[in-house]
Unconditional design. Sequence first.
Length: 216
Amino acid sequence: MFMKQWWGTAIVAALLLTGCGGGVQTDGASDKAAALSEDRVRDVLPDDEAMPDWKQSARPTAVKMTDLYRREACPVKGNAGCEESRFFGASTFRHDDTAAYVSFLVIAYNSEEAAERAYDVLWDGYYGDKAGPRAKTLELGPLGDERDARFGTSGFNGEAGAVTQTRVGTTLLWTEAASTGKGGIDEEDVRELATVLAERSRQAQNGDAVSASLGG
């Protein structure tokens, strides 16, 4: 099966049905990471400009976290891990030359503490298993405040698949990457994709223009 419970198709489709409205302003004390607005969550998600050589499959979309999206984003008992979450966003891309796909996911929380509490709940309870039962731990380096990754296979013929989870301040971030052909994505590709998402979140929480891109 192509990527265990590949969330991108169902979740992004659901997000797109809602459209994308404005959000409340970024808030938070100056000595702490900001709690992001809906608009800034959308900014965090990579777009065409941030992903040269990739084609957008679903545009960056952010929505207010509701019961529906808690069930999608935190599909563990009682939707644990979504407590104090504010907004939820996703975007997806494909790479025609390598038959690779990547989905980006963001959950924005009210505080760093809320994001920190959710981290292990979601990694241990759901996301950490999404690269397959024989996936190996992948080191991401000093990325974000917390980070985990697994690299394995997502298909019957050994096609590569990977999942990363990172906490940057008040956000939890995921990349899910896979390929329909062997060699379509490698460990360095996975690190680069996770780095772009983490840096975009850092820029947004610092109040900077969000500009991080692959190769940038």
